[in-house]
Design a protein around this ligand. Structure first.
Ligand SMILES: NC(=O)c1ccc[n+]([C@@H]2O[C@H](COP(=O)([O-])OP(=O)(O)OC[C@H]3O[C@@H](n4cnc5c(N)ncnc54)[C@H](OP(=O)(O)O)[C@@H]3O)[C@@H](O)[C@H]2O)c1
Length: 212
């Protein structure tokens, strides 16, 4: 995060990092209100908060399901309720897991599917584009590997070495981080496109049908 802030500071006129638990609706609303009060407007929001607690359904607890689901969905709903209609864009980070399902991820799949539904429902709520981007697995932008699979795989963020292997067995590769960022920018720049849900993955959708 420090490296990201340092990189942003080189080009942005102003950078501030607010730490907030997105499941705490009051605290999240307060951050949004502070930004409106201090800066006068919010042009764009990317909701990327998420947690994975993968287990087979029989081993899940309601508390774990709630953590995984609410981080994505309650966070998004609180944001959508606090943001003004003049918002330029709202990007929700979803997953192919919400589109195709994934072993051990019933909570994460449900959360990402709900995000897609939210994007469709909110498509006309704001001035700018609302889009749920359903990502396949990303590679790491850190060659040493810094995600859940650090030291083992080459996946970034929450892509563990095990998940990376499972995707690879189905012929699904990792998204190059630069290409992923370029895809987000392309989506936001495309004036004539307003799909509320877009899937990005390095592989064929058939890969999800072929699994055991
Ligand atoms: N990496 C992929 O291949 C991939 C694929 C599909 C979708 N996605 C989606 O992309 C997003 C980012 O994933 P990632 O791989 O970068 O995961 P990550 O490295 O695990 O990052 C998740 C981020 O969410 C934040 N977060 C978790 N719970 C939070 C909460 N209650 N309040 C506020 N922030 C919270 C974490 O903050 P702290 O570190 O401070 O806890 C962290 O910055 C997620 O929504 C994920 O579902 C990722």
């Amino acid at each position: 995060m420090r490296a990201t802030i340092a990189a942003l500071s080189e080009t942005a006129s102003f950078v501030r990092y607010h730490a907030v638990d997105v499941r705490d609706a009051g605290a999240l609303r307060a951050v949004v209100a502070t930004i409106y009060a201090e800066r006068g407007r919010i042009d764009g929001v990317v909701h990327g908060a998420g947690v994975c607690e993968d287990k087979l359904l029989r081993d899940k607890t309601p508390e774990s399901f709630e953590r995984v689901f609410s981080t994505k969905v309650d966070g998004a709903r609180t944001l959508a309720g606090a943001l003004r209609p003049d918002l330029g864009f709202l990007v929700l980070f979803g997953s192919v897991s919400g589109v195709f399902g994934n072993r051990g991820q019933v909570d994460y799949s449900a959360a990402n599917d709900a995000l897609d539904t939210c994007a469709h429902a909110w498509a006309r709520r704001f001035r700018g584009r609302v889009v749920s981007l359903d990502w396949g697995p990303w590679g790491s932008s850190d060659p040493a590997g810094r995600g859940a699979g650090a030291g083992e795989g080459t996946g970034g963020g929450m892509v563990s070495a095990e998940l990376e292997r499972a995707y690879a067995q189905r012929g699904i590769g990792l998204i190059d981080p630069d290409a992923g960022v370029a895809a987000v920018l392309r989506e936001l720049a495309a004036a004539d496109v307003d799909d509320p849900q877009v899937v990005y993955m390095c592989g064929s959708p058939d890969a999800f049908d072929a699994r055991a």
